[in-house]
Every structure is written in C-alpha cells, then in structure tokens.
Design a protein around this ligand. Structure first.
Ligand code: GAP
Length: 515
C-alpha cells in the first residue's frame, strides 16, 4: 500500500472505531484540533499512565506535578518565548500554500540530496560486496562527494540564517537551491517572515484593562517556576527530576498531518536538575533511557536518533527520537540539555533566588537541566501506525479472508477483554456472560457485546485491538468454562471461569513492558 494510502487508512480507522474525531465536525471542523472518542480516550490515558509509571513510579528521584495552563505573562518573557518562539513562514504565490521555511529546506535536503547519496552508496555496496568501504567511497566517488559538499553548503547557510534570525538569508537558501512547492512544483515564493506561535488571551473582567496572558506553548515552564517549591517539599537532592503531563497550545503555521502537528495538544515532560558540569553525562543517560522505553513498544528499525545541528535558544545539546510514521521518519520526542537558561532567566526577571544548596560540595548554584519531552498525541499516532495491519486469515469455508487488526500491546489497549455470549437469544448464556463481565470489570476494562454473529464480533474486537475475547456457550452452563480467544494468534483455548482473571492479568500489566 502506498504511504499516502496507509496514512488515510489510519485516519479513517481512527474515526470509524471511535478513536479520534475532527473537533467541531458538525461545523465543518476546526483546523488542527481533534477530539478523542471512547477508545481513543482510553488509549491516550493508558499511554500517559505508562509514561508516568516509567518516569515517576520507577524513579525514586523523580516526582510529578500538575501546574496551571495560565501563568504570569513575565514567564514567557523570561523563557524567551515572547521574543523567540517563532517559526519562519513562507507562502507560495501560485498555490497559495503556506510552509515553514525551515521544514521546506530540511525536507529538500532529506528528499533530494540524502536520497541521492544513499542510493549511490547502496548500489556500490551491492556491487563491491564485503570489500566495500563506505567511508572511502563517500570521499572518493565524485558524484557522492559533490552531493556531500552541496549538502554541507546548504546546511551551513541554513544554520547561519536560523541562528541569526535572518529571514532574507533563509529565503536566499530556498531561491538559490531552486526549492519548489512540494505540491505544485512552483518556485514563486513570498519573503520569509517570523511568526510567533503563542496564543494570547485577556485575563480580567474588562478586556481593555485586562492583562494579555498566553496559553502555555510547553508544560516545562510550570516545572521551572516551581523548582524550589517542589525540591523543598519533596526533600529531593540533586540530581532529581520533576515530571508533568498537560495540555500545550501552539498556533502552528502548517498543520496538515492529522494529530502529528496540532494547535492544542498534550505533552509529557520531565526536567532533570543536575550539578553544572555533569549535564552531558545525564543528557546521554536520558537519551538511552528514553530510547529503551520506546523499544518496549516499537521495533528497532522504526526508531532512530536525530542529533540537532540547529539548537533552540535554550539548549547546548539536543536530539530527537524519531519514529517512522507513514509519512517518513519524524520527531516523536525531544531530549534537550537546557543548561541553566530557564532558571537563571526566571531568577533574573523575578528577582527571586532559584538556587540549590548542594551539601556534598558545600556550595549553592543554579542547577543545569536535562529535559525529555514527548507529545502524547504523537505517541498515540505512533502506536496506531505501528499496530494497524491487514492480514490474510483462514475463513470458515476453507479459503482466506482479510482481517483488520490493531496489534497494540495488551497493556496499552483500550478494551482488555470482550465478553461475548454465543447467541443473544439464550437467556442462560446472556445471564452468565453478564455475571462474568461484572466479575472481571473491577480488574480490567471490559466490554459486553451480544450483537451480530460471533465471527463479526471477533472482527470488530480485532479492529478495536481487544487482546482477549471470552465466549460463553452451552458448555459454559454445564462446566463453568469459557472459550478464550487471543487476538494476534487467534488461538482459542478452553479455560475455567475461575482461572480467567489470573490467566490474562500478566499480559495486561505494564510490568510486561517495563521489566
Ligand atoms: N519543552 C520542550 C518542548 O516543548 P518541542 O520539541 O517543541 O520541545 C516536544 O516539543 C514534543 O512535543 C515534540 O517532540 C512532540 O512530540 C510534541 N509536540 C510539539 N509540538 C506539537 C504539536 N504542534 N502537535 C503535537 N505534538 C507536538
């Protein structure tokens, strides 16, 4: 299936099975804002619980908080967001499409230059076999070397323009390299201009006399300004972390990729406070720890690091964990070494000391910070993209049929067990099935379903991603056993009702992922 088709299938599956709806759909929708349906809300909650378990529960030195979305406007001045939280925006005059200039350039490098380099290298690798020396080939093959040099020139000009905030130079990179509108091929660009991504509103009864405040564009600042409150009340010693899950808002210029880039989204962020000078050690540790977490859910081939050349105004090192979405490898999580930028800026602007007294070295300092920051919605999209498959299965007539199944890890699935009476017209079966439902529902998220033939109900549960189906039939009434069907293998076993809960419990526990 083409990547575009795969992505469309994911979007329509999410809608059809109650995972995600367009916000305000009956009013034709609100761009880049989405609502989570019954299964989506459960999956989202499980993703957040899993992150919280891995970060807060498993680390004695990480505590969680929940801060307000509205904060004092000076916070965004100190953090640099008022002056520097901008994206460079460019319009194509022919297509009237709007793009981020930096993304246009990055995509050009990835799709036009890197692809050419990699294609040549793979061809040569096949030709030379074991004797192939990639490094030597990169340096000596004229076509590859020329493309590497061209890449470097573009990157240098691009990085310089971004660092200087020079929009004319950024436009020159686009024009000089004849970068085209990816949808129409047009080269007719407007000037590049800066666009601040924060949403502003007014706080106070009378709008004219009210203060402008911002909807937070990241949850991190709520952690920074509470750093000493939390450190003192939780009696943590450096190194320690503060974690938070919450909504963030950005007026994104280009938001065309479903829940990948939204204007209202949710973040799971952790700021780890360390002694100055030790931040690189912690930065590398957190890179590895976070990658391990992702590997518990996704195959290694779909994950990679991308180390940043262009650093944000607050960072001295940064990397993304990228996931292979249907539209290519893209950022899923950011890991940043944020130095003491934020605490220092808040200390300067507020006039309140944000220092830590370190008893081990008998000295006070502003801690350095390593941040891990992941979008819940992006994690959700990665989970669904990784899980949705169409597969051939044997049908009841000895042939094959296609089933659509969401192979989400059982611990994260929205519904854990479906309880299905074989036929709905037999009251003994429905009563027994309800009894089992009422017993299991205290431990796991269950669903009772008696509508349609049993085969169709299995298919529906596969599409929702339910790992277990329990079928209640005539034999159940005689010997208190049920059929337990496992989603991925479709294997069915006969099991006593008394053993049901403990049999499935292990696979549904986060511990199967975390250990
Ligand atoms: N506190 C640092 C920070 O916010 P970021 O790289 O801008 O860093 C962190 O964002 C993560 O938040 C990203 O890796 C992504 O998963 C998620 N994210 C950012 N903008 C988003 C958007 N518009 N829609 C959905 N998720 C977004």
């Amino acid at each position: 299936m083409k990547t575009q088709d795969t992505f469309k299938k994911i979007i329509s599956h999410c809608k059809e099975y109650g995972y995600i709806f367009q916000s305000s759909e009956i009013y034709d929708g609100l761009s880049a804002v989405y609502d989570y349906g019954p299964y989506g809300a459960e999956l989202k909650k499980n993703i957040k619980d899993y992150w919280w378990a891995a970060m807060v529960k498993l680390h004695e030195n990480i505590v969680g908080i929940d801060t307000a979305i509205f904060m004092h406007p000076k916070i965004w001045k100190a953090s640099g967001h008022v002056d520097a939280f901008n994206d460079p925006l460019v319009d194509n005059k022919d297509s009237k499409k709007r793009y981020r200039a930096d993304t246009l350039i990055e995509d050009y490098i990835a799709n036009k230059i890197d692809k050419k380099i990699n294609k040549e290298i793979e061809k040569a690798r096949k030709r030379f076999g074991d004797a192939f020396d990639e490094q030597q080939y990169r340096e000596t093959n004229p076509r590859v070397a020329a493309n590497i040099a061209k890449r470097k020139d573009i990157m240098d000009a691009f990085t310089k323009a971004m660092e200087a905030g020079d929009m004319e130079a950024l436009k020159a990179v686009i024009v000089d390299n004849e970068i085209v509108d990816p949808e129409t091929g047009s080269k007719n660009w407007t000037d590049v201009r800066q666009f601040n991504l924060m949403f502003a509103t007014k706080m106070g009864a009378v709008a004219e006399g009210a203060d402008t405040i911002y909807l937070r564009p990241e949850t991190a600042q709520g952690i920074f300004v509470n750093f000493l409150n939390v450190q003192k009340t939780s009696r943590q010693k450096i190194p320690f972390g503060i974690a938070q899950i919450g909504k963030a808002f950005r007026n994104e210029i280009v938001a065309r990729q479903f829940i990948f880039r939204m204007r209202e989204f949710e973040q799971m962020e952790m700021q780890f406070f360390v002694r100055p000078g030790t931040e690189m050690e912690w930065y590398h540790k957190w890179k590895e720890t976070r990658m391990k977490w992702h590997r518990t859910m996704f195959p290694e081939a779909k994950l990679r690091f991308h180390d940043h050349d262009n650093l944000a105004h607050y960072a001295n090192a940064a990397a993304d964990v990228e996931f292979e979405f249907p539209f290519g490898f893209k950022e899923l999580e950011g890991i940043h070494s944020r130095t003491d930028f934020d605490l220092k800026a808040h200390q300067d602007l507020s006039g309140k000391k944000l220092q830590y007294f370190d008893p081990e070295i008998d000295d006070s300092y502003i801690p350095y910070v390593v941040e891990t920051s992941i979008g819940v919605d992006r994690m959700f999209l990665a989970t669904i993209s990784n899980a949705l498959v169409d597969e051939e299965v044997p049908d009841s007539k000895g042939g094959t049929a296609t089933r659509t199944v969401l192979k989400i890890h059982p611990a994260l699935c929205p519904v854990k067990v479906a309880i299905l009476p074989l036929v709905k017209t037999d009251e003994k079966l429905t009563t027994k099935a309800r009894e089992i439902f009422n017993q299991i529902k205290f431990a796991h998220n269950c669903q009772y379903d008696e509508k349609d033939a049993i085969g169709r109900r299995y298919r529906r549960q596969d599409a929702i991603g339910t790992p277990y189906c329990v079928t209640v039939d005539g034999q159940t009434i005689e010997d208190n056993t049920v059929t337990l069907r496992e989603r991925d293998s479709m294997e069915q076993i006969r099991i006593a009702i008394d053993e049901l809960e403990s049999h499935i419990a292990a696979k549904l526990d986060f511990r199967t992922l975390l250990s």
